[in-house]
Design a protein around this ligand. Structure first.
Ligand code: 13P
Ligand code: SF4
Length: 385
């Protein structure tokens, strides 16, 4: 995407304050102005922040969490009128769907909770790797070889609402990195195979942990001419069909990084996110969602040594918050989520001051039909224990 396009995505014609001047304001002033709006709007404003968000932004969040916790919070929101989501686009979409589901709207006499994403360019490169037309084409294609009535589609929450709706329509479900195993078990109670998208690594690492062998997990390449680049036999003998998608941040962690840390720091423990490739996940001592990574460090003894394979801002925060432990970043190169990083103080202050002055900029609103079907898949996820 060109810089021009990104700038266009950052603007909003409904704004009463233009974005550009905010970019030249010093951080101290932005912080003070953000806090002033928070104070003025009180409980009617809920700022949610994902753990990968930069420190100066997360400092203003009422609540921080991993994708699962943030979805649950949005689903349970009562008091607020507006959620400002310091995360990425799919998270804000999910918040809109859950916060405005029919029973919640009825409880509030039809009043919607508006969801704002401070920068519309805060997308997710993994979510962009699976478009609804590609998923529908793949479904159609595989139905030539296997009975798709017995295939349960599972979408990682890191996907567009249209893919969640696809899962809702086809007896499927959504998962996050913290409940992927329970969700895949749920799917196998209802079907013979799972079609998992868009993250091949989370799907593969989870299924391997459930005893499914890699040869039973063909990878579906949406750009291949036939059957996602697989033979009929590979699809017929599959148990989990994995979409060829990945997280550009987590795919940078390598097995050699694990070996180097173990050699240089005897006794070090390797803690990774399951979006990492199989060879890294297999070598790790602990693998889990960002929530689990934080909890693991929090509950460890002083002096514990960690090399952590997940987004840089979270690892640096853990390093600062746990000086009693030794926290290292697993990769020698910078692995940060560039799209999450687009949410910065100027965008946050701009969206909040517009809100205060009556303009809802960068509103995320999922259409009714997509909401209806994606809600089915999301509610199934929230019901899985
Ligand atoms: P979790 O929040 O589920 O750990 O996922 C990490 C991530 O990549 C979010 O985009
Ligand atoms: Fe998407 Fe990866 Fe960024 Fe998460 S860390 S939002 S999966 S690109």
């Amino acid at each position: 995407m060109s810089t021009d396009n990104l700038v266009a995505l950052s603007a909003d014609p409904t704004a009463v304050h233009e974005l550009a001047p905010y970019k030249t304001i010093e951080a101290d002033e932005l912080n003070a102005r953000i806090e002033a709006v928070r104070k003025q709007l009180g409980e009617s404003l809920l700022i949610l922040g994902h753990h990968y968000q930069q420190d100066e932004v997360i400092a203003h969040a009422d609540l921080r969490g991993d994708s699962y916790k943030l979805s649950q919070t949005a689903a349970d929101s009562e008091a607020c009128k507006t959620i400002v989501f310091c995360g990425v686009h799919f998270m804000a979409e999910t918040a809109d769907i859950l916060a405005n589901r029919p029973e919640k709207l009825a409880e509030r006499n039809g009043r919607r909770i508006d969801v704002i994403l401070p920068d519309m360019a805060a997308g997710c490169s993994m979510a962009d790797m699976a478009a609804i037309a590609q998923v529908e084409a793949a479904w159609e294609d595989m139905s030539e070889v296997i009975d798709t009535e017995k295939v349960i589609p599972v979408t990682y929450i890191n996907s567009a609402a249209s893919l969640k709706a696809f899962c809702g329509r086809h007896g499927g479900i959504v998962c996050t990195s913290s409940n992927a195993k329970a969700v895949i078990e749920w799917a196998f109670e209802r079907g013979e195979r799972v079609f998992f998208f868009p993250d091949q690594h989370l799907g593969r690492n989870t299924a391997l942990g459930m005893g499914i062998d890699e040869p039973q997990m063909p990878v579906w390449d949406p750009y291949a001419l036939e059957l996602g680049g697989n033979t009929e036999q590979a699809i017929e003998s599959s148990r989990v069909i994995l979409w060829k998608g990945h997280c550009s941040v987590h795919q940078m962690f390598r097995a050699e990084h694990v070996h180097a840390f173990r050699k240089q720091h005897p006794g070090i423990k390797i803690l990774v996110h399951p979006e990492c490739p199989r060879e890294v996940n297999d070598l790790a001592d602990v693998s889990g969602s960002t929530g689990k990574i934080i909890q693991t460090v929090q509950s460890s003894e002083p002096g514990t040594k960690w090399a952590i394979g997940t987004e840089l801002h979270l690892v640096n925060r853990l390093k600062a918050e746990h000086p009693e432990q030794e926290v290292h970043f697993l990769s020698p190169v910078v692995c940060m989520c560039a799209t999450m990083y687009r949410i910065d103080l100027p965008h946050l202050c701009w969206s909040l001051e517009n809100l205060r002055d009556g303009a809802i900029v960068n509103k995320i609103e999922v259409d009714d039909e997509t909401t209806k079907w994606s809600l089915i898949a999301l509610e199934r996820m929230l019901a899985v224990k």
